[in-house]
Design a protein around this ligand. Sequence first.
Ligand code: OGA
Ligand code: MN
Length: 291
Amino acid sequence: MNSKLDLRPLDASFGAIVNGVDLKTVGDHLFNEIYQLWLDHSLLIFPKQTMRGSDQVQFAKRFGELEFDIKSVSNINKDGSVRSDTKNDDVLKILQGNMSWHADSSYLPVLSKGAVFSAKVVPSSGGETSWADMRSAYDALDSDTKHNISNLAAYHSLYYSQSKLGHNHSTRSDYNGYGFFDQDPPLRPLVYSHPETQRKILTLGRHAYGVPGMKENESEAFLAELLEFACQPPRVYQHNWQVGDVAVWDNRSLLHQARPWDMTEPRIMYQSRIAGDEKSDFAPSPKQGAA
Ligand code: OGA
Ligand code: MN
């Protein structure tokens, strides 16, 4: 391929660092190439970009319709001070929740397709982001496990995952409530077929619970064990952010999590969330408790 891109695959089952491109000035031809690389690698990281918020939104829209255009993921108050009330601040509880493996919007009827994510302010150490490859995690399962999980599913809910952190959603909060879905939670099959690559993918993460046919604690232990197996080398990569780095991940193929940092230091990231496909990424919400 006659390309200007300098692509360096990561030392993992997925992901690549891409130099030699200014994301503000990508033509259609180059974008098609980037899109194909993104499907293949699931994670592309573009160092040293100079995008403003509006540039990021424009770039994200090329991947598809947006679930939301841009949101800060930050431990800073409106007045610039650092959020410190770990007991009561719901924004901090959401940031803390981000520190466990998850896929974005698995708790909504339509899973998100992906994200464009940029680093604006990074702490002096920690605060990395990790991703884990659920395509190769599925492939690595033994054939008995593949067979056993082929008809299993789990509910996904932000109420479930955040309540474990003492976050009981209330409207009187700095957190706007995004993701607290007020109808029956979606029930997602554990094995999902990627709508564009057809690869099989393990659907797991912190929002998942309540596998029908299992007791509550049995389901919890089962999902935890699968997750532990899945999120191991060579299926994981941790990125140490520099200001200006931009990551684009395929949320259908990967789980991700933030890594801890000293929260007296500011960390400001921006996420644009790409919407999933209403057909292939939709999960129904049957009444719970039938099992
Ligand atoms: C998110 C998220 C991870 C991070 O914004 O959805 O999980 O490293 N962020 O901040
Ligand atoms: Mn996330």
